[in-house]
Design a protein around this ligand. Structure first.
Ligand SMILES: NC(=O)c1ccc[n+]([C@@H]2O[C@H](COP(=O)([O-])OP(=O)(O)OC[C@H]3O[C@@H](n4cnc5c(N)ncnc54)[C@H](OP(=O)(O)O)[C@@H]3O)[C@@H](O)[C@H]2O)c1
Length: 322
């Protein structure tokens, strides 16, 4: 079948190991099912995989892609939950130490078909297109959990979103606004700052700029480049929810003094549960809020989408269609 996959790793030039070609049809173990992919979205996870982060050499070749919306074996429109937990695990799937994301241990979604456990298939609301639904299982679900589950934010709270242009960041801005929060956002790029305002941010700032107020929480996906600004932007007792380190994980100054003196909370967050994915879809259904799509490309042109993401040249999600 047609597939977009990683054949080798390169930390410096991630696109080197990307192949748009053919792979065998997926194997379907007992209790699993096949989804025919109509749309799949790109995440930074896919670029990390090509850099050799989070993917093992012995797993190559690996079809990339965590997210998909498509048609199940009974002809239903569905969304795939990307967190694959152990069959023996019950409860919050993201806490299973043996969990993996599609495209880490099991073949991913950038293909004609993807095999997943039956329990990972969620009905797609008819109000969402396949392209919109394909944006949800990683970036949008991650943003939902950061804000409303791990971040515990309530309407009226003030939140800072770092690196406004990213897939997770645009989801954070949109969902935070729809959830009644006061939204501040930073970006390195003036055009992206303007677009963040259009998306619902109340105020935007250059990366690193001093804010006029201290915030209840910071949503951190950028890492090294923004960490110290995030710590400095929090009110006493505020919290930073961290889910990514696009600019690198090693910070020069972790701000430990500030963290203990101001009694800040540092909270990790990863993906979200299947139940949270269903709640996210209900929220979009109820509010009319929709994912921000930077560009939609036929899956055959996946390389162009990967290049834009590797260059940081995006505002919102890249969606591949079949
Ligand atoms: N833990 C999880 O479950 C989980 C789930 C999803 C994503 N993630 C992680 O979260 C991160 C974001 O993912 P994504 O898919 O949203 O990626 P993305 O679309 O590529 O977004 C990256 C954004 O980060 C900002 N950025 C990058 N380098 C920067 C720098 N040097 N200084 C300031 N800002 C910088 C940019 O914002 P501006 O250009 O606007 O400044 C860019 O738009 C990735 O590291 C990903 O691996 C983790």
């Amino acid at each position: 079948m047609f597939a977009v996959y990683a054949d080798s790793f390169s930390a410096e030039d991630p696109l080197q190991g990307l192949v748009v070609g053919e792979r065998p049809d997926p194997e379907v173990p007992d209790g699993w099912t096949t989804v025919t992919v109509k749309a799949a979205s790109l995440n930074h996870h896919d670029v990390w995989s090509l850099r050799g982060v989070g993917l093992k050499e012995e797993a190559l070749p690996m079809i990339l892609g965590c997210d998909a919306a498509g048609i199940d074996e009974d002809g239903n429109e569905v969304v795939v939950h990307a967190v694959i937990s152990d069959p023996a695990w019950s409860g919050d799937e993201t806490l299973d130490p043996r969990r993996s994301l599609l495209s880490e241990r099991y073949q991913g979604t950038f293909a004609e078909k993807v095999a997943v456990p039956r329990g990972n298939v969620v009905p797609k609301p008819s109000s969402l297109s396949f392209e919109e639904a394909a944006c949800l299982p990683t970036a949008w679900l991650t943003a939902y959990r950061m804000l409303f589950v791990r971040g515990g934010l309530r309407p009226g709270d003030t939140v800072l979103v770092q690196g406004a242009g990213g897939g997770v960041a645009t989801a954070l801005i949109t969902l935070a606004r729809a959830g009644g929060l006061k939204v501040l956002a930073t970006s390195r790029d003036e055009t992206k700052r303007k677009r963040a305002l259009e998306l619902g941010a109340h105020e935007v700032f250059e990366s690193g700029a001093r804010l006029p107020v201290k915030v209840d929480a910071v949503m951190e996906t950028v890492g090294r480049a923004t960490w110290s600004h995030s710590i400095r932007s929090l009110r006493v007792g505020g919290r930073i929810v961290v889910t990514g380190t696009t600019s690198g994980p090693d910070v020069d100054d972790a701000g430990l003094t500030r963290i203990f003196f101001l009694q800040l909370e540092v909270i990790g967050s990863t993906m979200g549960t299947k139940t949270e994915l269903a709640s996210l879809m209900s929220m979009l259904d109820a509010t009319g809020t929709r994912p921000v799509i930077d560009r939609t490309l036929p899956m055959e042109q996946a390389r162009d989408g990967f290049a834009a993401m590797a260059d940081g040249d995006l505002f919102g999600k890249v969606v591949f269609t079949r």
